[in-house]
Write a protein that binds this ligand. Structure first.
Ligand code: PHE
Ligand code: CO
Length: 290
């Protein structure tokens, strides 16, 4: 789990937990892992990821080959939306993470996954953090949303409702889907950076795909160990930003009285794009009774 808010940064990190990316220290094998992952995903995401993501990928020129140099990438990112990427040694204390977002800095891991385990990740690496998250940060609306989320995180921490706000992050920033004229599209970083989930999230009959509703999302637990059982679909990035501009304090107060919603539920009040079979999730219940 994340370190306590008062924890000192690890040895070698600055007070704000950042480190140098030390781009010149990556070896050829590490660059090759990026290139393999990049080529695999970029091809598959055409027609699956939303336009904002594809535009961002293009604008940042992340296919020069090899792991991007944050310094070079930040020149363009700063010009587009005022965001920049900073390298960090691993997961940050919540307050430090929010502080960076509130100042339009996205903390990214510096290491890259092992070439023998391209699909297996315990902790976010530079491919997830940069390929997954940074293209969306070139979109002005999403850029504002992420900054507001950082500010909201600092407040939610004081109000002891971080677990509710974390669900919003999970079901939007990490696993969000969007409705478009061409059908559902992906904008969540956890999906676009995963080959298998890029297919599962859009095409598999198993998960529920439900219209985004702020309070509903905050009442829904999520899975960190496997594909999601529910995805939430926003009508547009503008609608997402508009829905989160309100003061969350009254919502948090209501949530104190409200129970969590089972992860696989479709409620009478839900608008369902897909009523999932949940077949995949059931198949993964090892040793469960039939
Ligand atoms: N409006 C939220 C609040 O009052 C802040 C927030 C904005 C949270 C956007 C998440 C996303 O706390
Ligand atoms: Co992420």
């Amino acid at each position: 789990m994340n370190a306590s808010p008062m924890a000192a940064p690890p040895a070698g990190a600055r007070a704000d937990w950042t480190i140098d990316q030390a781009w010149e220290r990556y070896g050829a094998a590490e660059h090759a892992v990026w290139t393999t992952l990049y080529q695999r995903q970029a091809k598959m995401l055409a027609g699956r990821a939303c336009d904002a993501f594809m535009r961002g990928l293009e604008a940042l020129d992340l296919r020069r080959g090899g792991i991007p140099n944050f310094e070079t990438m930040n020149l363009e990112l700063r010009r587009l939306t005022g965001w920049s990427v900073v390298a960090v040694p691993g997961l940050l204390p919540d307050a430090m993470f929010f502080e960076h977002l509130a100042n339009r800095r996205f903390p990214a891991g510096r290491f890259i996954r092992d070439g023998a385990h391209l699909d297996y990740l315990q902790e976010p690496d530079v491919f997830h953090d940069v390929f997954g998250h940074v293209p969306m940060l070139t979109d002005p609306t999403f850029a504002d949303y992420m900054q507001a989320y950082g500010q909201g995180g600092l407040r939610a921490g004081q109000l002891s409702h971080l677990h509710h706000l974390a669900r919003l992050y999970w079901y939007t920033v990490e696993f969000g889907l969007m409705q478009t004229g061409e059908g559902l599209r992906i904008y969540g970083a956890g999906i676009v950076s995963s080959r298998a989930e890029s297919i599962f999230a859009l095409d598999d009959p198993s998960p529920n795909r439900l219209a985004f509703d702020l309070e509903r999302v905050m009442r829904t637990p999520y899975r960190i160990d496997d594909f999601q059982q529910a995805y939430f679909v926003i009508p547009s990035l503008d609608a997402l930003l508009a829905a989160t501009l309100q003061d969350f304090a009254p919502i948090y107060a209501r949530l104190e009285m409200a129970s969590d919603i089972p992860i696989d539920a479709v409620l009478p009040t839900d608008t369902a794009f897909t009523r999932g079979t949940q077949a995949y999730a059931k198949s993964r219940l090892v040793g469960a009774a039939p």
